[in-house]
Design a protein around this ligand. Structure first.
Ligand code: AMP
Ligand code: MG
Length: 432
């Protein structure tokens, strides 16, 4: 395993720990992550959000047979072509049977014949095209059988779904490193596969630090605040599908912090703490880390979230996040999220999409740091989708995070924003 110094040296030529750009911090962290390798097999229903540990190859063609995409009549396109050349009246075909989904027609179509088919029915032998029932004149019970009149112009293959159109036997379906989504569960099931190999879940131990931090259930002494960071972290970690070990609140006491950090590192792949990473009198994490592990302290060129520690305690990755609740969430989203996904073995969809939308407000911004404002992306007929701020932006104001549905990102080099200028946003939520 490379040392922190080697990783930093290989990532950066102009490393400045006093004002590290966000992108540089992300590069260093990524250089440090060693994805888990252990795997387990889980039933499809438990595979949502888990990371596929081996490429999935299709054992079948899906669909297994050519079949009808519509309720209608299966026919031979040659009959329509021959008819169009010889007459102007609608083409009349003799209906010789029916095929339903799961109940195929057993005969073979001869010239001039058609078969009634329902959506999903196997295409009868000899047929190559389906005409939707809406484009036929009602079948009439004439002479020797049922006759269907087709007035539509059709191209060979219309309304037919071909065998293997969805998945081809022997071909890869899903890549190793894929975070399994709802559609993937259906795809796996459509192959008749009941369980899949996934990487083991990453274990994350976390605790809050601070003499002033009280836990729920305790009375608040003067000057104390209830711990909110642990609950934000719980929510963000749960969404990422990692296993969490909640170690509570640890006082600003070097001995207690030391034993908590050591215990956390023996049980978890990742240790996350909040608070105690600035340079105040009770900020002990810095001196402890020098003894316990290999840790870089950074002042990141960002707002909020300037002070942050990152490194290793034993075999575990360590993130010492700031204390202010908004800063915790912003640094988690920008640094911890991607590291945990990579650690979980995920190789796709690692970056959060940045949308570009007009700002409804003018913003002051000086180049040289990345700013994250709590914002609301909303829609109206005049402006379309646009973004505005949630109000008070202090890094302790968690309500601004709760009221937001996105972060407005003002990039490192960006200057002031005028009303109507395009800005970047990171959405908090996906479709489900
Ligand atoms: P620190 O970096 O430890 O000085 O903390 C910065 C600010 O964040 C202080 O106002 C702390 O009271 C506050 N803070 C730290 N940890 C928490 C927490 N777990 N919940 C709520 N506020 C916190
Ligand atoms: Mg503190």
């Amino acid at each position: 395993m490379n040392s922190l110094r080697e990783v930093i040296a290989s990532c950066l030529t102009d490393y400045d720990p006093a004002a590290l750009p966000v992108a540089s911090a992300q590069t260093i962290i990524n250089g440090f992550v060693q994805p888990v390798v252990a795997m387990q097999t889980v039933p499809v229903q438990q595979a949502l959000g888990r990371v596929l540990a081996a490429e999935l190859i299709s054992p079948l063609n899906v669909p297994a047979h050519d079949n009808s995409a519509m309720d209608g009549y299966a026919l031979r396109a040659d009959d329509l072509i021959a008819h169009a050349a010889s007459a102007h009246a609608p083409c009349r075909l003799q209906q010789i049977g029916r095929a339903l989904a799961g109940k195929p027609f057993n005969g073979e179509l001869q010239p001039g014949q058609c078969v009634r088919v329902m959506t999903g029915a196997v295409l009868p032998t000899g047929a190559d095209t389906v005409v939707p029932q809406e484009l036929c004149l009602a079948p009439s019970d004439a002479e020797n059988g049922q006759w269907v009149e087709i007035a539509a112009a059709l191209t060979r293959g219309d309304n037919v779904r071909y065998a293997g159109e969805d998945l081809v036997r022997g071909k890869p379906v899903l890549a190793r490193g894929r975070n399994l989504q709802p559609a993937d569960l259906g795809l796996i099931a459509s192959l008749g596969i009941g369980s899949v190999p996934v990487f083991r879940q990453v274990r994350v131990a976390h605790f809050s630090t601070g003499d002033e931090i009280a836990s729920i259930g305790q009375p608040l002494a003067p000057g104390q605040v209830y711990d909110s960071n642990r609950y934000c972290l719980h929510g963000m970690l749960a969404r990422l599908g990692v296993q969490t070990i909640d170690m509570g609140v640890i006082a600003d006491d070097p001995a207690a912090l030391r034993s908590a950090l050591t215990a956390a590192a023996t049980h978890a792949d990742v240790v996350i703490t909040t608070g105690g990473v600035s340079v105040g009198e009770a900020d002990f994490i810095r001196s402890l880390m020098a003894q316990l592990g290999e840790v870089a302290f950074w002042k990141i060129a960002m707002r909020p979230g300037r002070p942050m520690a990152f490194g290793r305690i034993g075999e575990s990755l360590f993130f010492g996040l700031p204390g202010n609740p908004v800063a915790v969430m912003v640094t988690f989203y920008q640094f911890v999220r991607e590291a945990l996904l990579r650690l979980s073995g995920q190789t796709e969809r690692l970056q959060v999409p940045l949308l570009r939308v007009p700002s409804r407000v003018a913003l002051r911004k000086r180049p040289g740091r990345t700013e994250y404002q709590r914002a609301v992306l909303s829609h109206d007929d005049a402006l379309g989708w646009s973004v505005s701020l949630t109000g008070q932006q202090g890094s302790g104001v968690l309500r601004s995070m709760s009221a937001a549905n996105c972060l407005l990102v003002l990039e490192h080099e960006r200057g002031d924003v005028a009303c109507g200028d395009l800005v970047s946003v990171q959405l908090f939520d996906g479709l489900v």
